[in-house]
Design a protein around this ligand. Structure first.
Ligand SMILES: Cc1ncc(COP(=O)(O)O)c(C=O)c1O
Length: 368
């Protein structure tokens, strides 16, 4: 008898289901809801970016090239030699996938610091890898990086270490010296700088790629540049490493429109500055406006979201999400951790949305 289709699948992919963000689905189905859950930029693309989108939409009948112009621009912005130091991806999520596929085999390990962005785990799982989660340390109302434990978790099977800087959802940075120590191990080390522009490239670890071939710095235009729907990300690294990883790229992975929209956004330095200033002002506003709620732990953020632990107030994160949704705002839930079920995260919205969020939270905590 013929074998069943099930028997043909790689055993490690069986049972894994498609990743669907329920909160994003909810938002698209209900455009009236306020999206304060996915670390998107609340401001639409600038006129300069729109112009590029329209111009290259008219050439959608043509295949894209390898993106030398935008890759050169990215290299220049980051003080690297040239386009050979840059690989483009359909969002940085695809970049992680490409890197993982090049290094990770079944049963091999990826070390991540948790809580963190969920995609590393998904890409690891689909390759049959083992995810080693190193918890951050919750101390003095802060979630701290624990580089010592990351180093201690390295085994013969470790193929990748990934650290987001600043981290999602905690919003904080790891100290420079620890990047160097981890880089020194020689293990492929991804520094995910999805939110770096909110603090400026001065906080980037990109110079490490000049010294350490095993260091790869990933970025995205989904956040400060405000192009999440365009799907444009990239990785910076030594040219030998980039060319090897680029060999695993899906041809034409980044569309012509995304490439040129990305290029226009990178050129529009004023547009970036305005978005960053707006964001950082609003982060300060929200953190300040909620700081007198007794017991509410606010994690100071260097990005476009803020994490909260309402555990000490006796309230549950899931109830806060429900309360916000009843008022038309989607916040982001967080799993129970460190003995608290009071976690939730909000993404910076428009000026109006941020004031609505503050007012509903103050009401919820009896401070209205
Ligand atoms: C830390 C981190 N890295 C990467 C990304 C992915 O961005 P994209 O695939 O849109 O480039 C996100 C998105 O939320 C993130 O939080």
């Amino acid at each position: 008898m013929a074998k069943q289709i099930d028997e043909y699948f790689n055993p490690w992919v069986k049972g894994i289901s498609m990743y669907i963000s329920s909160h994003i689905e909810l938002a698209w189905k209900n455009p009236d809801l306020h999206r304060m859950m996915s670390n998107e930029n609340p401001n639409p693309p600038s006129p300069k970016v729109m112009e590029a989108i329209m111009k290259f939409a008219e050439m959608s009948n043509r295949y894209p090239d390898q993106g030398l112009v935008v890759r050169s621009k990215i290299a220049e912005i980051n003080g690297l030699e040239g386009p050979e130091n840059v690989m483009l991806g359909n969002g940085s999520s695809e970049v992680f996938d490409n890197i993982f596929r090049c290094f990770l085999g079944t049963g091999e390990e990826v070390i991540q610091h948790t809580p963190c962005f969920g995609i590393y785990k998904l890409r690891c799982n689909i390759l049959g890898g083992k995810l080693v989660s190193v918890p951050m340390v919750y101390k003095d109302n802060q979630l701290l990086y624990d580089p010592g434990s990351i180093l201690e978790s390295i085994t013969e099977k470790t193929k990748i270490i990934v650290v987001a800087n600043p981290n999602n959802p905690t919003g904080n940075f790891m100290d420079r010296e620890h990047f160097v120590t981890i880089a020194e191990t020689g293990v492929p080390f991804i520094v995910d700088e999805a939110y770096i522009e909110y603090s400026g490239l001065g906080k980037s670890q990109v110079d490490l790629v000049k010294k350490y071939k095993n260091v790869l710095v990933t970025r995205t235009l989904s956040k400060a540049y405000g192009l999440a729907g365009m799907r444009f990300g990239y990785v910076l690294g030594h040219q030998d490493v980039i060319s090897q990883i680029a060999a695993a790229l899906l041809p034409w992975n980044v569309s012509t429109i995304s490439m040129w929209a990305g290029y226009a956004a990178l050129e529009d330095t004023e547009g970036l500055r305005d978005r960053v200033e707006f964001n950082n002002r609003e982060v300060a506003y929200i953190e300040g406006a909620l700081s007198d709620i007794p017991g509410l732990v606010i994690f100071h953020s260097n990005a476009n979201y803020i994490l909260f632990d309402a555990g000490p107030t006796g309230k549950r994160g899931s109830d806060i999400l429900e309360f916000a949704l009843e008022r038309g705002i989607i916040f982001r839930g967080e799993t129970e951790k460190y003995g608290s079920d009071g976690w939730f995260r909000i993404t910076i919205g428009t000026e109006e949305e941020n004031r609505m969020a503050v007012s509903l939270l103050r009401e919820y905590f009896g401070m209205g």
